[in-house]
Design a protein around this ligand. Structure first.
Ligand code: SF4
Length: 383
C-alpha cells in the first residue's frame, strides 16, 4: 500500500502559449476538453485500483490554465478524486488561475465546489513587463482577480511573480511586491525566468545576456523582494516562496520533503510506489490510450525512474536545502536509519567550509551566501 496523501491534476490548456513557457499546454481547448476529462477520469480510476492510497490532505490543480475549466468541470474532477481516494476534512485544495480568464461567478463556483486556495499567475504589475512576457492579461486584470478572489471567499491566496525578465527594472519588482503586500495576499512565489530549450524566448534571448537583467541585477531584485517581504511580516520559507504565518503551501511542501504524490493528466509527474513517473506529453496519445476499450496506465507513462534508497537520500538533501529550515538530522535519521553526516559528510563539509551552508540546532540549511548560489548547493547532491 502506498502512502500518497497528495494529488496533482494537470489541466494542459491555455488561451495562448506564453513565449517563455515549456510546460505541457495547448491552445484550442474546445477541440479536446470533453475527451480529455474522460481520459483524466479513467486515469484516476485506474490509479486508485493499481496504487490505492489516500485519504488526500492536499489536491492541486495546475497547468496550463485550470481556470479555463468551468466550476462544474473542476468540481467533477474533484469529486472523482474524492470518490477514488477520499479527501480529508480540512484538506488544502488549490486551483491555479490566470487573471485573464477569471470571472466573479467562476471564482464563487470554484469556492463552492470545494477549492479553498487559489494561486494566481500575476507575474508583474507592470503592463510593459507583462507585454514583454506575452501574457494575456494586464496588471489591472491581475489586481481585479485578486480582489474578486478575496470577495468570493478565498482567504488563502497565492500570487506568482517573475524575476529577471526582459526590460524589468528594480522599480518594477518593488512596485509589484508592494502592491501584493497592500492587497494582503498571504502567499507569494517569486521565480526567476529560465530560458528553456524549445521556447521562443530561448531562441530570442539565449546567448544575448545584454537583453536581460544581469546576474547582479537579478540578485539585487531577489534580495530586495526578500527584504520587503520580511519587513511586511512574511516568512521566507522556501528559496522562492514567502508566506504569512499559517499560509505556507502544504502541497508544495510534499515535493520539498520528497514525499509521494499522485500526478494525473497529460504531462503530469507523480511519485508513487518508489518510482518517479512522467506522463505522456502528447495530448492525442494520452486521450487515445485512456479512452480505448482496455486502457492501460503503462501506455501513458513515458518516463519511469525507480528511486532506490540512495537516490531517495540524495533527493531529501537536494530538495530539503530549498527550504530555509533545511534538513533535520533527526528526521533524516528516522527516515533512513542513518545520519546525513554519515552518508554526505564530504559534501556537507565542503559546503560548510565554503560558507554556503550552516548547521544549528540539529539542522543543515543554506547560509545567506548559499541563498544566492542555491543551484550549486543542490548540485552537490546530484549523483
Ligand atoms: S499561462 Fe502559464 S502554463 Fe499557460 S503558456 Fe503561459 S506560462 Fe505556460
Amino acid at each position: 500500500m502506498n502512502t500518497c496523501s497528495s494529488a496533482y491534476v494537470h489541466i494542459p490548456f491555455c488561451v495562448r502559449k506564453c513565449p517563455y513557457c515549456d510546460f505541457t499546454s495547448f491552445e484550442k481547448m474546445s477541440d479536446h476538453k470533453g475527451p480529455y476529462l474522460c481520459a483524466l477520469f479513467r486515469e484516476v480510476e485506474l490509479t486508485s485500483v493499481q496504487s490505492p492510497g489516500g485519504p488526500l490532505s492536499t489536491v492541486y490543480f495546475g497547468g496550463g490554465t485550470p481556470s479555463l475549466l468551468t466550476p462544474e468541470e473542476a468540481g467533477s474532477i474533484l469529486d472523482k478524486i474524492g470518490d477514488s481516494f477520499g479527501i480529508e476534512t480540512g484538506a488544502e485544495i488549490t486551483i491555479e488561475a490566470n487573471p485573464g480568464t477569471v470571472t466573479a461567478s467562476a471564482l464563487r463556483g470554484y469556492r463552492n465546489t470545494g477549492f479553498n486556495r487559489i494561486s494566481i499567475g500575476v507575474q508583474s504589475f507592470s503592463n510593459r513587463v507583462l507585454r514583454g512576457l506575452g501574457r494575456i492579461h494586464t496588471a489591472e486584470e491581475a489586481d481585479r482577480a485578486i480582489r474578486m478572489s478575496a470577495e468570493d471567499g478565498f482567504s488563502n491566496i497565492s500570487c506568482d511573480l517573475m524575476l529577471g525578465v526582459p526590460e524589468q527594472t528594480l522599480a518594477d519588482i518593488v512596485h509589484s511586491v508592494r502592491h501584493l503586500i497592500d492587497l494582503g495576499v498571504p502567499h507569494i512565489s517569486c521565480y526567476s525566468l529560465s530560458l528553456e530549450d524549445g521556447t521562443l524566448f530561448f531562441e530570442k534571448y539565449s546567448g544575448r545576456p545584454d537583453q536581460l537583467p544581469s546576474d547582479e541585477e537579478e540578485r539585487e531584485m531577489y534580495n530586495t523582494v526578500r527584504r520587503l517581504l520580511a519587513d511586511a511580516g512574511y516568512r521566507h520559507y522556501e528559496i522562492s516562496n514567502f508566506a504569512l504565518t499559517g499560509f505556507e503551501s502544504r502541497h508544495n511542501t510534499v515535493y520539498w520533503d520528497a514525499l509521494p504524490y499522485y500526478g494525473f493528466g497529460c504531462g503530469a509527474h507523480s511519485y508513487i510506489d518508489g518510482a518517479r513517473i512522467g506522463n505522456e506529453v502528447s495530448l492525442k496519445r494520452y486521450i487515445e490510450v485512456l479512452t480505448a476499450d482496455a486502457p492501460d496506465l503503462k501506455g501513458i507513462q513515458s518516463e519511469t525512474e525507480r528511486i532506490d534508497r540512495e537516490a531517495e537520500m540524495r533527493e531529501v538533501m537536494l530538495l530539503g536545502f530549498r527550504k530555509l529550515s533545511g534538513i533535520s538530522t533527526a528526521d533524516f535519521q528516522t527516515r533512513f536509519g542513518i545520519a546525513p553526516e554519515q552518508i554526505f559528510g564530504h559534501e556537507l563539509e565542503v559546503l560548510l567550509q565554503d560558507g554556503r551552508i550552516e548547521k544549528a540546532d540539529g539542522r543543515w540549511f543554506l547560509s545567506e551566501k548559499g541563498l544566492d548560489f542555491g543551484n550549486e548547493v543542490f548540485r552537490s547532491f546530484v549523483q
